[in-house]
Design a protein around this ligand. Structure first.
Ligand SMILES: NC(=O)c1ccc[n+]([C@@H]2O[C@H](COP(=O)([O-])OP(=O)(O)OC[C@H]3O[C@@H](n4cnc5c(N)ncnc54)[C@H](OP(=O)(O)O)[C@@H]3O)[C@@H](O)[C@H]2O)c1
Length: 209
């Protein structure tokens, strides 16, 4: 599998570190030269390009960008058409006090509208970047909630979740992202405002049937 990661911030670099050596990586960044040392230090087949070049070279794309930038990129990047595209965004207010969108739409649905040819899948928005820096054994049971309309794209995203060292939890169609994003907000509330830190993540449990 060849995965493009667009945006090399905390999440982009963390996901690249988790996925390097397990899939071919095409890292998309606004600063290709500045990312060279990071890419060189990763194992396996890793190359750096601009956002369009990285997406064009990949089978599946992760948008690791702030929501507004992800929306703009979805509208502009023609290489996303026909591909599974994982949206990891939390559409946060600038002061982290809440979401800028919800109830009647979600970041994922808006990104889908901006890139109608892409197959948007929501995932990873409830996983703090800190978790990506921990040993895989410590996070393998952490759930990544996955929502999407295209069954094949959802399965590809679930493969990426597995390769990154987490457990995928399928939640339903892309519309479900409205609730998955609200869950991400609750996680941020607990982590940042209620003192739980960034080593937490929400999980679904069940008693034995
Ligand atoms: N941090 C977390 O714990 C966490 C957890 C779950 C979900 N998320 C979501 O994941 C996404 C990325 O978060 P992050 O923490 O990785 O953010 P970040 O550290 O700020 O990195 C975002 C990256 O996006 C690119 N970018 C493109 N346009 C930008 C713009 N206008 N302003 C800022 N950056 C821009 C930059 O990469 P290049 O310079 O390489 O192009 C930048 O490094 C966000 O949507 C966030 O809500 C974050």
């Amino acid at each position: 599998m060849r995965i493009a990661i667009l945006g090399l911030g905390n999440m982009g670099r963390g996901l690249a570190t988790r996925l390097a050596g397990k899939a071919e990586l095409r890292l998309g960044t606004r600063d290709v030269d500045g990312a060279a040392d990071f890419a060189r230090a990763l194992p396996g087949d890793v190359a750096v390009a601009d956002y369009h070049g990285a997406a064009e070279a990949a089978d599946i794309v992760i948008l690791a960008l702030p929501y507004e930038a992800a929306l703009a990129e979805a509208g502009a990047n023609t290489a996303l058409a026909g591909k599974p595209v994982i949206d990891i965004t939390n559409p946060l207010k600038a002061d982290y006090s809440g979401l800028t969108i919800g109830f009647s739409s979600s970041a994922a649905e808006e990104i889908q509208k901006a890139a109608p040819g892409a197959k948007i899948v929501k995932a990873f928005n409830t996983i703090f970047a800190d978790l990506l820096t921990k040993p895989v054994e410590e996070t393998a049971h952490f759930q990544v909630f996955v929502a999407g309309d295209d069954a094949v794209a959802v399965e590809r995203a679930i493969e990426v979740v597995g390769l990154s060292g987490f457990a995928a939890e399928k939640t339903g169609p892309l519309e479900t992202a409205r609730y998955v994003e609200a869950l991400g907000m609750l996680n941020i509330r607990l982590g940042y405002f209620e003192g739980r830190g960034q080593g937490i993540a929400p999980a679904w449990s069940a008693i034995a049937a």
